[in-house]
Design a protein around this ligand. Sequence first.
Ligand code: BYC
Length: 317
Amino acid sequence: MHNQEEEKIFLDKIDKEIKIEPKDWMPEQYRKTLIRQISQHAHSEIVGMLPEANWITRAPSLRRKATLIAKVQDEAGHGLYLYSAAETMNISRDEMIEQLHSGKAKYSSIFNYPTLSWADMGAIGWLVDGAAIMNQVPLCRCSYGPYARAMIRICKEESFHQRQGFEILLTLSKGSEAQKQMAQDSINRWWWPSIMMFGPNDDASPHSKQSMAWKIKRFSNDELRQKFIDVCAEQVKILGLTLPDEKLKWNEERKHYDFGEINWEEFWNVVNGNGPCNKERLAARVKAHEDGAWVREAAAAHAKKNPRPLKGRLATV
Ligand code: BYC
């Protein structure tokens, strides 16, 4: 078939909300955009395990410890669904991992900040997972089938994460003065990095226009950021705490909260590898990968010795 005809079929599907599937023809740039976004998303989930894992041994009770372990484990699962979705676009997991380790592929800026207190587990759940949900619910309607389907389960789990984080902060906010202060300090440190998670302003976002035309993104970076700020500005009142932005104010005309200027210099610094924990995070990932080499070798040797029948293999896909 001629390329123009194929492109017409592709665009027609996008227009009619029919999902694009791995074997369908797609423009090379659509494939590249999705590999970039899905792999960045997968890397974020895996690197995102590190700041929270830091507190598993120091969780204040058995209940908190069990919940935090489960949450961190969920993030590993999200990474695996997403790597699998990216693999359907003809890139291997080894290639993606290599891109992460060499610094060629990005991961979310948010995971380059340190977790300094137990309250950070609350702030990450409430704000970081909260921002992730705001961004990811529309991705359940992404035009690429495997990504959209992976997002459905991820979003369900993220909702649980968000609530466990809010509950940690709520408990601290009702505790002693020191606990309340700890919660406030944590919100102060995580608020601005969380609203940076939505990416640059729309006029500085090179990929948004095309990604929205292809229905990969359904809302722009600024639209999602505004929705998130509106939700958090109300939720923080339940905690009896504040968001660290003097300019945060309800605007009756816009029916949205106005907010202060984001420090874009800080954002690009972190994105370009110079945040407080970039080097530490990447080194931890590389070490984990190297330490796990024997597991991959053993699994490959086992698979070679015990080839599974095709029927069984398909049943587990
Ligand atoms: N951090 O044109 P733009 C989680 C990059 S994990 C780093 O707007 P796009 C969780 C962007 O990649 C949360 N880089 O791009 C896990 C691009 O660079 P390149 C992760 C950023 O793709 C554990 C350049 O800036 N979520 O939920 O249209 C525990 C220009 O940007 C960031 C996802 O990955 C950033 N914040 O829009 C708890 C969601 N922002 O590639 C929670 C899926 C932008 O040209 N991804 N950049 O070199 C997306 O929705 C979109 O990729 C973005 C960016 C909205 C992030």
